[in-house]
Design a protein around this ligand. Sequence first.
Ligand SMILES: [Zn+2]
Ligand SMILES: [Zn+2]
Length: 341
Amino acid sequence: MKAIQLEKPGHFRPIDIPEPAAPGPGEALVRIHRIGICGTDYGGYLGKMPFFSYPRIPGHELGVEVLAVGEGVANVAPGDRCSVEPYLNCQHCSSCRRGLTNCCEAHKTLGVMCDGGMVERYLLPARKLHISRQLSYDQLALVETLAIGCHAIDRGHLQPGEHVLIIGAGPIGLSAVEFAKVAGAKTIVLDINEARLAFCKTTMGVDHTITARGDGSELKALEEITGGQLADVVIDATGSHKSMSAALAYCAYGGRLVYVGITQQELTFLHAPIMHRRELSILASRNALSRDFARIIQLIEDGRIDTRPWITHHARFDDMIAAFPTWLKPESGVIKAVVEV
Ligand SMILES: [Zn+2]
Ligand SMILES: [Zn+2]
């Protein structure tokens, strides 16, 4: 069957691989219908993603149809449409035993640490499938992106009426916006890109936007918006060590700073005494939990999350390799590109 492999940074190639085996106990064989392309994939292509190894078949944002199930599988049946939770966990380590399946000590994300879903058919543990009778395959492929923001907002314990500052209006920041709105918070987005900020206001219903100029005007703007209180929760979705190092200054007294973006560079806490004076909490957010997937599917089904603004580009499987580099260009206006298999 057909697959697409990222042989090395900057180089995809179509390959032919054997069909997966018949599903064993607890497993499901699925047909891949849609593959969402995300920052991890762009990072892998550019050779900038720390967890990525080569050669690799990417693909972790998947909308799939169940073809067959193995012994003991009760949560899905052939014909079901599902989203895939692409975080393989061991079920035995101390993280897994405590329910922290998102940061299993032997964690593997499909398409990053092991071969993923840029294939026609795929075999995986059935417990990683989340069913929906209403969502389209496009929507199902979007659930994982949304799960990242969902988990980050949960990590910040965002409460109704609180101010949340989301730094970085890429797909991860936008996914945090969705759940900040669901939480009933007042949303503020900070980014350097005016077009993205305009999109946040007009399409995503963000309450306030701030242009990042790097001249201190950001803090003043935040003070104005929040009546001097600053942000109860700050979500940094930039992956920029500069932004991450400076983000403490935006936190209100008792505030929570959540790092959902990741950097390989050293973080230096500018304004470090603020951390004590305001008794701040600094949190990391990694992947998402199983329950997040079920919750997101429900929120989309109920119309509380509108997926229409999200998917901006499509490509057929055979056209993916040619289209991929164009999605890297900011002027393409990509929010989410989806591959149709
Ligand atoms: Zn992703
Ligand atoms: Zn584990």
